[in-house]
Design a protein around this ligand. Sequence first.
Ligand code: ZN
Length: 212
Amino acid sequence: MSVLWTVKVVGLGAAALTLSLELLGRLFGRLKQRRTLNEVLFFPSDMACVEHIFTPTTTHSCFCPLPHGVETSFSRLLRHILSASSSLDLCIFSFSNMDLCRAVLLLHSKGVTVRVVSDKNYSAITGSQIGVLRKAGICVRCDVVSVCMHHKFAVVDSRLLITGSLNWTLTAVQSNAENVLLTEEPDLVQPFIKEFHRLWVLNDPTQYYQNQ
Ligand SMILES: [Zn+2]
């Protein structure tokens, strides 16, 4: 009788252990899926102060007239860009937004490798921040091959793709109907890394001038 009882207890214990392991496996599987970021942002963005995103450790309150402590499409975009810890590859048609320029300069000052490919005509227009980036020592290459370098994408740490219709301008952020897709799906991120590399090499000024 006692032997039968022991067998039953051991059997029940084994069944419970199997079930627990299966449940744990499913839980970890779900957690793993959740770690892959996928997010969509729409613009125009509500207006709100983003000072705390640039200086999160500051103890001073900001006294600007904009709403504070409000999460917007633009603040989400800024946070994702500033999440870069090793590299930011940016391929952008028009870049005149001062906050986005500040974000890129901040990353550069922290030692993040920033590379920018931009349009040759739009990089020269009034208000373009491309010159500011160059002056700060950031490597910028203007596309001299395409008629129009119309891409608007960034790759953060070779991990996160930010792409969509949004030019990095104040008008696009505050006034236009625009979309931005953020994803860590490798099948989507990898082709953009490849495309960035292709444009980067294609527009290497040393190669370009040698071929003239
Ligand atoms: Zn403020």
